[in-house]
Ligand binder design. Structure first.
Ligand SMILES: [Zn+2]
Ligand SMILES: [Zn+2]
Length: 314
């Protein structure tokens, strides 16, 4: 399972939601908005946006993102409220006390990405197994629409849920893998596969958007990075290049790397733009990146040092 913890995507480590000792089972949801397929580096931005929208919802008065977890088209499971926390997405207090709520990042019908790709089904299956293992979830499985008047989670996904939410059959369907893709066969370790492919495990993690704790699973498709992939790393310009309110050409490069890696949630309202001035937005986006990396987490002040610089360019 490619599990992205709350801290890794930029939420406080623990949800303030009420304690939930156990659940009857799990309800599957979808976003149900317009939603286009995108590169995985944007998926955590989407999760942060969902949380921000929920926190801003005065009518529902949410204390946190409403879902227990969210699954993107690339199969990553983003921790929402997490295990043993009452979700807020099932419709009312009684329904929320009964089942966990997992949301697929999927559009409404005709709204873009409206059929679940295979990796998403793997991710949803991972999330179901996670909640049964760690969250004391019972075997009941359904959709938001079960017992509540809504289209959620859409017909294609609901059909899969009703068929028992099976893992996609690896032997059939999509044909042979295109060149440059490696399919994980057994429970294996990223560094072992990297050695087999003769690439660095950091490159392999990077091009596939895999974050700590770097879990992969059988059936997962890994894009094989070009040998020597990754941008050329300019020398670290020194800490004096990064002073709030001051301009330095190295800040342009810093912005490029933050944007390439999807750390862009702080901006002036017009989306995060590159610029030579080291702004508070730059600092906060850089701090998000630092918090996502165990090597940097202890000192995530948003000011890049040599190791932040190196990891941003890896
Ligand atoms: Zn729903
Ligand atoms: Zn993704």
């Amino acid at each position: 399972m490619d599990f992205v913890t709350r801290e890794a995507w930029g939420a406080p480590a623990t949800s303030p939601a009420s304690f939930l000792p156990s659940a009857r089972g799990i309800k599957i949801h979808y976003l149900g908005t317009e939603y286009a397929s995108r590169a995985h580096s944007w998926c955590d931005d989407v999760v942060r946006q969902v949380r921000a929208a929920h926190l801003a919802d005065v009518k529902e008065n949410y204390v946190d993102i409403a879902y227990t977890g969210l699954v993107c088209e690339h199969g990553s499971v983003f921790e929402g409220r997490g295990t043993h926390k009452r979700p807020g997405a099932n419709g009312n207090a009684e329904l929320n006390a009964r089942d966990y709520a997992i949301c697929a990042l999927l559009a409404k019908e005709g709204g873009g990405l409206d059929e679940p790709p295979r990796l998403m089904l793997h991710g949803l299956r991972d999330a179901i197994e996670w909640l049964r293992r760690d969250g004391d979830a019972g075997s009941w499985l359904g959709g938001h629409r079960d017992g509540y008047a809504t289209d959620c989670p859409g017909d294609p996904l609901y059909a899969w849920v009703q068929s028992g939410a099976p893992r996609p059959d690896e032997g059939h369907g999509d044909g042979p893998d295109p060149a440059g893709v490696y399919t994980v066969q057994v429970w294996d370790n990223l560094s072992v596969i990297a050695r087999r492919l003769d690439v660095s495990w950091q490159d392999l993690a990077e091009v596939n958007g895999i974050r700590p704790p770097y879990t992969i699973y059988p059936g997962q498709k890994l894009r094989i990075p070009d040998k020597g992939a990754g941008p050329e790393m300019p020398p670290f310009p020194g800490r004096s290049a990064f002073v709030l309110g001051k301009s330095h050409p190295a800040v342009l490069d810093l912005d490029d790397r933050l944007i390439a890696k999807g750390w862009t949630r702080h901006h002036d309202g017009n989306g995060y733009q590159r610029g030579a001035r080291f702004t508070e937005y730059t600092r906060r986006n850089c701090a998000d990146f630092q918090r996502s990396r165990p090597e940097l987490r202890a000192d995530a002040d948003g000011y890049p040092g040599p190791l932040t610089w190196e990891l941003l360019h890896s």
